[in-house]
Design a protein around this ligand. Structure first.
Ligand code: UD1
Length: 419
């Protein structure tokens, strides 16, 4: 177990380079199974979730050639449908994407149940439903889930927006026989990144209107080199840190347009934000202001920034209400945040935050990736020293997190064990 020790109360200022998007990188990596020739991915974030995905692909016979810390060539020509390691699928929710990706070329795959961030029920019924609609034999047991057969085009209307099920449908439809028409599909930047990547490789995918996707199956994809899009959640996290501590922070290699649902919320909370080509600069001239917000699928406010926003709201002058209808039980971290003196009431999938108390350093345990970032925010803004245990959960999705904080002027150190 690793622990991040934070001496809080310092302004953060300086520059951070935003890495490739975790949520885009995972579908792109698993999409390599659709190819019969090598594909190269650049701007892959150096995070443990990417390592887990690479290990899973390697176990399926995909040859991995590393070209530096953020570039990899994946050669799937010898891939075969073998049994995936429970430890690996259990560590990664995105391993579910193997179902759609494997059905296209391998024709079958059995997967132990996927894990990932544990913030309440995360059903997979919609994934199974859309794959079944495409003619695949899908079995879910206590042990895991399996898929068999060659996908066929289908018409499918998502009853609600699901990023994961949309990704699985796209992956299965790319090499399917015939046309697939999806409505109510997710349109997160990372979903659009997958579509752009597949199109570049020869897939025939059209997006005629928001949430509608038409995929005409092609027999094969050709090898390409593709650059993963910037991580809007990493960007939003560092913006929230800047806002929490004061100071002026500039993000480089970011896509400001992807943060369209986030920037107005941060402005409402007191941020002054400047955008440039691939850059964002933030500073806070006054106090943090309270906010009322609910998460929603893109272009709504992302659930992946909900914990960070709740932690930020603790610093605001006044009462904030933050609801997360996508994952109503994603407030497990609040009990940790309260250790800093935060006054938060959680009921019915929403947090009511009574701001205005200066947080005090505390010993906290990160329950999951984004919650770990939220606890870090509280620690950075606190008087005194904090410890955040289970730092390895933060490493799942933030490359060089500790180093970035140091370069912004934070007083943080990393140690092994429960310090
Ligand atoms: C979700 C987020 C995604 C985020 C990720 C990790 C949305 C729409 N999705 O993606 O942005 O990066 O978590 O935090 O913001 N659901 C079912 N059955 C299914 C699939 C989903 O009931 O088979 C429900 C979920 O419980 C949830 C909603 O649909 O309430 C959206 O879930 P989904 O988008 O599929 O989750 P992820 O793909 O994990």
């Amino acid at each position: 177990m690793k622990t991040l020790t934070v001496s809080g109360g310092r302004e953060l200022s300086g520059e951070v380079r935003i890495r490739g998007s975790k949520n885009a990188a995972l579908p792109l990596l698993f999409a390599s199974l659709l190819f019969s020739e090598p594909v190269e991915l650049d701007n892959l974030p150096a995070i443990t979730d990417v390592e887990t995905a690479l290990a899973l692909l390697s176990s399926l016979g995909v040859k991995i050639i590393r070209k530096g810390s953020e570039r990899v060539v994946l050669d799937p020509s010898s891939a075969r449908p073998s049994v995936c390691d429970r430890g690996l699928t259990g560590a990664l929710r995105g391993s579910l994407y193997l179902l759609g990706a494997a059905s296209g070329r391998l024709g079958e795959l059995a997967l132990p149940h996927p894990g990932g961030c544990n913030f309440g029920a995360r059903p997979i019924d919609l994934h199974l439903e859309v794959l079944r609609a495409m003619g695949l034999t899908v079995r879910a047991t206590e042990e895991g889930v399996s898929v068999k057969g060659r996908p066929k085009g289908a018409v499918f209307e998502f009853p609600y927006v699901s990023v994961g099920a949309t990704v699985n449908a796209l992956l299965a439809a790319t090499l399917a026989e015939g046309r697939t028409v999806l409505t109510g599909a997710a349109r997160e930047p990372h979903v659009l990144d997958l579509i752009a990547f597949l199109r570049l490789a020869g897939a025939r995918i059209a997006t005629p209107s928001p949430g509608a996707v038409v995929i005409d199956g092609v027999p094969r994809l050709h090898g390409v080199t593709y650059r993963v899009c910037p991580d809007m959640i990493e960007a939003g996290t560092y913006l929230s840190f800047a806002l929490a501590t004061g100071g002026a922070v500039t993000l480089r290699a970011v896509e400001p347009a992807h943060l369209f649902p986030v920037l107005p919320v941060l402005s409402e909370m007191g941020a002054k934000i400047g955008t440039g080509v691939g850059t964002l600069t933030v500073f806070r001239p006054g106090r943090v202001a309270p906010v009322r917000i609910a998460t929603a699928p893109y272009p709504g406010f992302p659930t992946d920034l909900q914990p960070q926003l709740t932690a930020l709201a603790c610093l605001a002058d006044g009462e904030s209400v933050i609801a997360d209808p996508i994952f109503p039980t994603r407030f497990g971290y609040v009990s940790e945040l309260r250790k800093t003196g935060a006054k938060i009431k959680v009921a019915d999938g929403r947090a009511t935050v009574f701001g205005g108390t200066r947080p005090a350093g505390a010993k906290m345990t990160a329950p999951d990736l984004r919650a770990g970032a939220a606890l870090t925010l509280a620690a950075l803004a606190s008087e005194g020293e904090s410890r955040i245990m289970r730092y390895e959960l933060i490493e799942r999705g933030y490359a060089d997190f500790c180093r970035n904080l140091v370069s912004l002027g934070a007083c943080v150190t990393l140690s092994d064990g429960d310090a």
